[in-house]
Ligand binder design. Structure first.
Ligand SMILES: [Zn+2]
Length: 304
């Protein structure tokens, strides 16, 4: 059983929400990432159960995908003195709230607007849980993602740049922007850190960092050689993510949501141009059904 230094608590969440990491010392209580909006009540109760009467003073986001900052607004409402800091690359889109450029509209996901008090500085550091955390750039999964690294304990908060088994969907690739090389350079960078323990954006903490990196490189090479496989994976993740949110949905409404989700159209037109959108969507739903990720019963799609 791997243990974290005192002052660090991991709230390991299901896949719809990112993990949340609470860093506490005498000066402040700081949360890394806030999960998806539909889990906000659970996020608040996890934080409250831990902090008691103490207030949450700071929230930093590794990146601005809806599953990492969907609870920002609710936490801000619950803790009015909370200060939120976001990665610099798309902070302007938070300040002026642009749900298209922040990916919420094109992914068909939800993220309630919140007030950010500032942008994190790449190369800067902050102290939390009595430890110094360096703010590092981690482009690839998201061009503006950051990670936090504590050198003295070798702890890396990796977000979706490295999981125990792989890494997150490479979102720029959905938009037709080459980003597999960025994933690779971020993996190389992680390797150079010699981290001893990784707290990923999803899943459990792990210490076998070299093994995780090997699996991540293997997965990256698989995608590089066959970008359509990545596109298929990305499309299935978008569908499954929505179903995790809805749990059960009339098939016609789910398909209407998919038809309105521009990232799905980008994937289909680029990688399956000879198929109609509806035909392609049916193929994906059938594949998800055969892999037991969902069930289609009585005109409804059910999450499994
Ligand atoms: Zn993400």
């Amino acid at each position: 059983m791997t243990s974290l230094p005192s002052g660090i608590t991991l709230f390991e969440r299901g896949w719809l929400s990112s993990n949340n990491i609470l860093l506490e010392d005498d000066e402040q209580s700081l949360l890394v990432d806030s999960g998806y909006f539909s889990h906000s009540a659970q996020t608040i109760s996890l934080v409250r159960a831990h902090l008691g009467e103490r207030s949450l003073s700071r929230l930093v986001n590794t990146h601005l995908h809806s599953d990492h900052c969907g609870g920002n607004a609710a936490l801000q409402q619950h803790y009015p003195e909370l200060k939120i800091f976001v990665p610099p690359g798309n902070s302007q889109h938070v300040f002026s709230w642009d749900p298209v450029l922040l990916s919420y509209e094109p992914t068909g996901q939800n993220c309630p607007p919140y007030i950010a008090h500032g942008a994190l500085d790449i190369g800067d550091s902050f102290v939390a849980a009595n430890l110094r955390w360096d703010i590092l750039a981690a482009p690839g999964h998201d061009p503006h993602s950051v990670m936090f690294f504590n050198q003295s304990h070798g702890i890396l908060i990796s977000a979706d740049a490295l999981w125990e088994n792989g890494f997150g969907v490479v979102f720029p690739e959905i938009e037709g922007v080459d980003a597999f090389d960025e994933v690779e350079s971020t993996l190389n960078f992680i390797q150079s850190l010699d981290a001893r323990l990784v707290i990923p954006g999803h899943g459990s903490i792990f210490c076998e960092v070299d093994d995780a990196l090997k699996r991540a490189y293997k997965r990256l090479n698989y995608f590089k050689e066959a970008p359509q496989k990545h596109a298929l994976y990305a499309a299935k993740v978008l569908l499954k993510f929505k179903l995790l949110e809805l749990q059960t949905c009339p098939t016609s409404i789910f398909k209407a949501w998919a038809r309105n989700t521009s990232y799905l159209h980008l994937l289909q037109t680029k990688h399956w141009p000879s198929m109609s959108f509806d035909h392609w969507l049916n193929m994906l739903l059938e594949q998800l059904q055969s892999s037991n990720a969902l069930a289609i019963e009585d005109e409804a799609i059910i999450n499994k």
